[in-house]
Design a protein around this ligand. Structure first.
Ligand SMILES: Cc1cc2nc3c(=O)[nH]c(=O)nc-3n(C[C@H](O)[C@H](O)[C@H](O)COP(=O)(O)OP(=O)(O)OC[C@H]3O[C@@H](n4cnc5c(N)ncnc54)[C@H](O)[C@@H]3O)c2cc1C
Length: 444
């Protein structure tokens, strides 16, 4: 009998699940329900279209709608699911029932509610849906002054985008430095200095108190350090799991607020899987569940959920979270714990810091790189890393995530082999230098 697989959500997780389900069982009826007008586009590119590094929104689309129909994936656009009935095995959207044999929940994330007066004023931009982004992009042509609320990864990207766009840009954040959960002050310092050079106005240790309205919508942002007049506020608060449908259906969520899944992405309900930002996943080192990961995590989880929903067997690993972003004139990145985060969580560490260069010292456009490595005391197993540089950060973050995952130690990294080729790599690899410095500090 043909099995019916319903997927709620058309983001990275939902579309990963749909393709994987169809690939596992080509005879399955795969139905995707999404409240948006589109699927199969990269929201990650939106800030760069706003910043005019990417010329248009069209190139963010990965495929045309007909391509999904040709694969046999039945997508219902602008179709908000209002409830999941587990006992009758159907979901309800627009008053219509969609029966399922297997269900994948991929409802993604919401930006955390700023929780201050005026949060419903026009002039507040939550960057997410590409159609709304296209409309906002036209508005940006007339914006003179903008406030970015919180130095989250998206906040960092939006500061760059708005500055590139020639808009007077103010960043407010309650912490003493940008991206304070993930980074240490010495890593973010060059970024903050470059923002100032680029003309951005930074307001740290500054709490949002209200969005203030005027005749035409937003007039100003009230903060603990004063009012900032603006035409636009981009709300870049942290991501929270959108688990409302799952919770209402009695599916369990956990300590990080995401739907609890096992290694097959199965939820607490039979025949129901979940994937992406609506879930929480154990961190590989701390084993503590975490939520609000990235699009690449969402897509990979969606594929696992889709395969299993269609009758296959695939598992998902705990996560080590390599990350990287262009901020100001620099790239920053890392994996797992910074010094700040490790200290906040009470995780002991030994530290090695290395300064190096991205290419041979004589090769044009060589840039400096600073690498920090955190090792577990005693075993010296790598448990975290941070970097700032002009290039080569993504590749190092990916490599170091695999190093953390496979239990590589500072001792291993101190003697690692590396590519030396003038345009792409220097004689000394800064990761190895950081590890060697850690060992010499320890006297070993
Ligand atoms: C501006 C921006 C920049 C980003 N940059 C990066 C980046 O550089 N790198 C990276 O890895 N990731 C990036 N991301 C990805 C992002 O941070 C998430 O990790 C990713 O979008 C999660 O995918 P998801 O499918 O779990 O959820 P979402 O993308 O949030 O998708 C959720 C889906 O669920 C649907 N939905 C929700 N509720 C319902 C309902 N009741 N009924 C029907 N449909 C529903 C929505 O319509 C949507 O299709 C970016 C995202 C944004 C918005």
């Amino acid at each position: 009998m043909t099995q019916r697989i319903v997927i709620v959500g058309g983001g990275a997780a939902g579309m990963g699940a749909a393709g994987a389900a169809k690939g596992t069982d080509p005879t399955a009826e795969v139905t995707v329900l999404t409240e948006y007008e589109d699927t199969g586009y990269s929201p990650c590119g939106i800030p760069y279209v706003h910043g005019k590094e990417i010329p248009d929104f069209e190139r963010l689309f990965l495929g045309v709608k007909q391509a999904y129909a040709d694969q046999g994936i039945d997508i219902h656009y602008e179709t908000a699911v209002t409830s999941i009935d587990l006992s009758r095995q159907h979901v309800i959207a627009g008053g219509k029932q969609f029966p399922f044999d297997s269900l994948v929940i991929a409802t993604g994330f919401d930006y955390a509610d700023p929780g201050v007066p005026g949060s419903d004023l026009s002039g507040l931009y939550y960057v997410k849906n590409i159609r709304r982004a296209m409309e906002w992009d036209k508005t940006l042509d007339n914006v003179k002054k903008a406030v970015v609320v919180e130095a989250s990864p998206l906040g960092l990207e939006m500061v760059n985008a708005l500055v590139h766009r020639g808009i007077e840009t103010h960043l407010i954040d309650p912490a003493p430095w940008a991206l304070s959960v993930a980074t240490d002050p010495d890593i973010i310092k060059p970024v903050e200095d470059s923002w100032v050079e680029m003309g951005a106005h930074l307001h740290f240790n500054t709490k949002l108190e209200a969005f203030l309205g005027g005749d035409g919508g937003l007039r100003a942002v009230a903060t603990s350090t004063g009012e900032i007049e603006c035409d636009l506020a981009v709300v870049c608060t942290h991501k929270v799991a959108n688990n409302r449908l799952a919770t209402a259906a009695g599916i369990a969520s956990g300590s990080a607020g995401g739907i609890i899944v096992d290694e097959t992405m199965a939820t607490s309900a039979p025949r129901v899987w979940a994937a992406g930002d609506c879930c929480e996943i154990p961190h590989g080192v701390s084993k503590v569940p975490i939520q609000g990961l990235t699009g690449s995590h969402a897509y990979a989880q969606g594929k696992v959920a889709g395969v299993n929903a269609a009758g296959g067997t695939r598992t998902y690993q705990p996560v080590y979270v390599p990350w990287g972003v262009v901020a100001g004139k620099w790239m920053i990145g890392g994996v797992s714990f910074s010094e700040t985060l490790a200290t906040a969580l009470g995780i002991p560490y030994v530290l090695g810091v290395g300064e190096g260069i991205s290419r041979a010292r004589y090769y044009p456009d060589m840039t400096p790189i600073r690498v920090k490595l955190l090792g577990e005391p005693g075993s010296l197993r790598l448990i975290g890393a941070q970097m700032v540089g002009g290039e080569g950060i993504k590749e190092r973050a990916d490599f170091l995530a695999m190093a953390v995952r496979t239990g590589i130690t500072l001792r291993d990294l101190a003697t690692m082999e590396n590519v030396y080729s003038p345009p792409i790599g220097a004689l000394a690899e800064p990761i190895a230098t950081a590890a060697q410095n850690a060992l010499s500090t320890l006297g070993s």
